[in-house]
Design a protein around this ligand. Structure first.
Ligand code: ATP
Ligand code: MG
Length: 559
């Protein structure tokens, strides 16, 4: 009992700053329960950065007994698609979260429109006829105040009429916009009469052709939060300058006071997480699709064999910070290994084979060894591995002129073939070019584990497969997609695509023990001494394909 307590009494981690705010809001009675939302724009597939936001929003609600809405931020009809809507739901479920309500900003278009008219009536919004360029120039700069639009002082009646005409489709795109009337000299540029609505003759994935005016992000997000009584609206740091405007709309409209809090986006070394650029990689064929296992998308890492458990562990480890962070991708890979090491099944697979003949092992004989699927549970489930006279081992596990510290196979040297016998290399056969083509060995029958012989140990143990029973499999050995650690530092005269890693995918024909193909675990497996691999959806009966999830070992240790 004592023991157990000692192990489980891990120090509880410190609260992150959002948890501190929530606990204080609950304690003071400012809110009675918490409500969060995850607000993706359905213009691409979710990536690892989104996973952080999902773990945070859903995780906080779970922790404090609240709820989370899934709200699609679908105010830009030209980029959005139901394909993305569906993939987002699949990815959130895969991570293991369930939203309370599935909602769309477009559900609120009528309400938002009504609020726009309300602002006009209050003298807080006007229709502007300036061109996009004129509006941009008129905003001024951080050090220079902007200029009032010549249309700024239209009457409420005229503004209402024009806005209704905009809605009715009387004007072309760009001809008119609706702007808030705040202060063209405001030190926060966001307050210099921000745009509320623009004209877009585009069919929307849900509202179809009902609207030809669409609300801007700032006029949408806070009000949607408010309608849903979101208590803590969590977004990334770049939105901090938007917060005063978020509060301004809520205050002027006199609606439920949601509050916005910002945290640092996740950036990862050797990784890009902009949907726009990821889309370009897909469209230009640099990757096979959004779910290419090299992509940082959730469907990509899923196909690669990363697990939701590993992603959650990673999000928990990196915490929530208020300063931008470039996280080491090795920490993520470490989490993947931690998770898979604990629960993945083991198999032997030889990638670069050299034939071994056990000359004193009878021809035609086969012994089936019971080998644990996971060495952490030696008495647990087992697989049967056939041992025969002819085997494959890795070419790299043999060395002719081996240094002293080489504990694998060498001439006259001994090694244990994993789970089975100790063998000794008696003869090296080479082809005309001097390449090793066969190793003739003898085995010592007394070294059978669990047999009658006295236990004898040798320094090296290597993996192997029976040539007769080996199954051919295709491996896709993946490496990082980019060669530059900090992808925000692409030099001016270069493009991010200049840093694509030409060796990010290498195909290998390999030989696997037969049980691999019967694996039903549904998660990545460990190829012993090599790495973790996950069976790909492209696999057929004839040609099984395995994606490299990550290497087995790394010198990396988290701090
Ligand atoms: P991108 O720039 O990749 O298109 P985005 O922020 O435009 O990302 P959204 O679909 O608008 O993508 O994001 C949904 C939610 O996920 C937002 O709350 C956003 O702040 C959050 N999010 C997006 N990228 C990251 C990231 N790298 N780290 C943490 N949160 C992120
Ligand atoms: Mg966005």
């Amino acid at each position: 009992m004592e023991e157990v307590n000692k192990n489980s009494a891990e120090e509880p981690r410190k609260l992150n700053f959002i948890e501190e705010i929530i606990e204080s809001d609950l304690a003071s009675g400012k809110v009675s329960s918490i409500m969060t939302r995850f607000p993706p724009e359905p213009n691409g597939y979710l990536h690892l950065g989104h996973a952080k936001s999902i773990c945070l929003n859903f995780g906080l609600a779970e922790k404090y007994g609240g709820k989370t809405n899934l709200r699609y931020d679908d105010t830009n009809p030209t980029k959005e698609d139901t394909e993305y809507v569906d993939s987002i739901k699949e990815d959130i479920h895969w991570l293991g979260f369930q939203w309370d309500r599935e909602l769309y900003a477009s559900d609120y278009f009528d309400q938002l429109y009504e609020w726009a008219e309300k602002l006009i009536t209050m003298g807080l919004a006007y229709v502007d006829d300036q061109t996009q360029e004129e509006i941009r120039l008129g905003r001024g700069t951080v050090d220079k105040p902007g200029k009032n639009s010549p249309w700024r002082d239209r009457s409420v009646e005229e503004n209402l009429r024009l806005f209704r005409e905009m809605k009715a489709g009387k004007y072309a795109e760009g001809e008119k916009v609706l702007r808030a009337k705040i202060d063209m000299a405001h030190p926060n540029m966001m307050f210099r009469d921000p745009l509320l609505y623009r004209i877009k003759f585009a069919s929307h994935h849900r509202t179809r052709d009902k609207w030809c005016i669409y609300p801007m992000y700032d006029f949408t997000h806070g009000q949607c939060d408010s309608i849903e009584h979101i208590t803590h609206s969590i977004c990334t740091l770049e939105f901090d300058v938007h917060r005063p405007l978020y509060d301004w709309f809520i205050e002027k409209l006199g609606i439920y006071p949601s509050h916005q809090y910002e945290f640092a986006r996740l950036n990862l070394t050797y990784t890009l997480m902009s949907k726009r650029k990821l889309l370009e990689l897909v469209q230009k064929g640099f990757v096979s699709g959004w779910d290419d296992p090299r992509m940082p998308t959730l469907c990509g890492v899923r196909r690669r064999g990363y697990t939701p458990e590993a992603l959650k562990m990673f999000c928990e480890k990196i915490g929530v910070s208020k300063r931008d962070q470039l996280m080491d991708i090795q920490l993520l890979e470490w989490c993947v290994r931690q998770d898979l090491n604990a629960r993945s099944n083991r198999y032997m697979v030889v990638q670069d084979p050299v034939k071994v003949t056990i000359t004193n092992y009878p021809e035609g004989k086969v012994e089936w060894f019971d080998c644990p699927l996971n060495p952490a549970e030696p008495e647990g489930a087992a697989r049967k591995v056939p041992f025969t006279r002819e085997l494959y081992i890795e070419r790299a596990d043999f060395m002719e002129d081996a240094p002293k510290k080489f504990f694998r196979l060498k001439p006259d040297g001994e090694v244990r073939l994993k789970y089975t016998y100790i063998v000794k290399c008696e003869e090296v056969i080479k082809d005309d070019e001097g390449k090793v083509v066969e190793l003739r060995c003898t085995y010592d029958p007394s070294t059978r584990p669990g047999g009658d012989g006295e236990w004898r140990s040798v320094k090296g143990t290597i993996h192997w497969v029976s040539t007769e029973y080996a199954r051919k499999v295709t491996l896709r050995n993946y490496d990082r997609l980019f060669t530059l650690a900090d992808m925000s530092q692409v030099p001016e005269d270069k493009d991010y695509k200049d840093f694509l890693n030409p060796d990010s995918l290498i195909f290998v024909d390999a030989f696997a023990e037969p049980a691999l193909l019967e694996d039903a675990s549904g998660i990545a497996v460990q190829f012993e001494r090599t790495g973790y691999y996950f069976k790909d959806t492209d696999s057929t009966e004839q040609n099984p394909v395995f994606n490299k999830t990550t290497a087995l070992k790394d010198s990396y240790r988290p701090e």
